[in-house]
Structure formats: structure tokens, C-alpha cells
Design a binder for this molecule. Sequence first.
Ligand code: MLT
Length: 242
Amino acid sequence: MKIHTSPFPDYYNKEFFKDKTVVTVDIFRATTTILHLFSMGINQVILLDNEKKAEKVEYNNLLKIGERFGEKLKLFDFNNSATLLLKDRKKVEKHEKAVMFTTNGTKAALKSSEAKINFVGAFNNISSIIEKILKYKKETELIINLAGDKGEISLEDTIFGGNLIYELLKNMVEFELSDYSLISLKIYESYLKNNKLIKSARHYNRLIELGFKDDIELALKKDLFGFTPIIKKNKILSDDGE
Ligand code: MLT
């Protein structure tokens, strides 16, 4: 299997994702939040490429999740925060669908929307992701699609990518890693020796400043869930039937 890692959405063009197996990741916090939305009964998340689209009449009764640079946007019900959603879960549970706009995560998901199969990944469902990829491994190349941070590399997403590669390689005899896949693996190996490394990440510190330490702790927990929602065009759907 050939494993590519895209460190931020503009690294590869849209065409490159076409017909490949993809895992889209934004550890702090979009893909973590999406998993929690599904765990609270949401069965579809519509991805917005522009925050203004939240005003569309057809989205009136949908749950609206949106942030820019970590702060909640006016047109939305909630910040992109799994812990805030959990605190107000009765409100979340009244909905079946949500719309979402975030600084990096929704951008990465939309960039890869023409993949053959595109899994929403986070530490919260990492084993489930590994199991699904191994099922698809003979068919296509894999792209680990990291959201990064405002067009740049982010350490937390890179550590996740490295963790995924580390586990996949235990189950593969033949593989080929792109340079950024190899870099991610090496960074994950350093993180295994010293997990305080993540405290140097820029978005980690920004979220601490904004008071979202609980979101960070939740995002770093492994395997809270055994499901893997999938991205199809501009929607995220449950993985039932995959
Ligand atoms: C994003 O998509 O940029 C992030 O999830 C930002 C955040 O809400 O922390």
C-alpha cells in the first residue's frame, strides 16, 4: 500500500484525492466534534464552504456548529466543541441533521470530497479507522488528509497521522511511504517517548487560552467510539452498511 499524507488542504489538488481511500483528520477539533455529534444521534452533517450559507432557509431547523479561529460564529448555535455539545446534549438530541463550518476541518473535508471512500478520523475512533483501512488496502492508495492550521502544518494532526501509519505498518508487509508520511511516523515515535510534545502545538495553546482544555483532553482519548462516519460530497453520513 502506498501511503501519502497531506499536511494541509492545499498540499494536493482535488483531483489527487479522486478514487482513493482517504482519512480526513482535524484532531483539534472538527473531526473529534463530528464523532461526538454522531454519538448523540445526529445522522448527517452538511459541510459549508462559507459561513454565510448557514443563513439558507433550508437550514433553519438544523443544528448549527461553527467557529473561526476557535471562537463561535454569530449565525451558529454552538462552537466547534464536543464538551459544550455534551453539556447541552438535550438540545443536540432534538436534531437529526447539522450544518458545520470551521476554519480548517470543513475545508479539508470538502477538498477530498471526491475520494472513493473518505473516513472521518480522530483519536476517538482510531482503531475503527485502522480496521476499515485494512479492509480496503488492496484496492487503492491511502491519503491521510490532515486539516493543519490556517494553511500550515499542525503538530497534533501530524501525530495522529503518524499513529495511524505506525499501527497500519504492523499489519502490512508491503508499503511505500511518502516523505510526509515518514516524517509523521518519526514525530509519532518521538511522541510515544514523550507525550508532552503535543503541548508545543500552536493550536493546543490557542485552545488553552480560549478555555477549551476539556476539548483537548477529550480529543486525545483513544477509541471512545467504534464507528467511522464517511464524507460524501458535501455531507458526512453514518458508516452503516460500509
Ligand atoms: C478547525 O476546523 O479549524 C478547528 O477545528 C478549529 C477549532 O475549532 O478548534
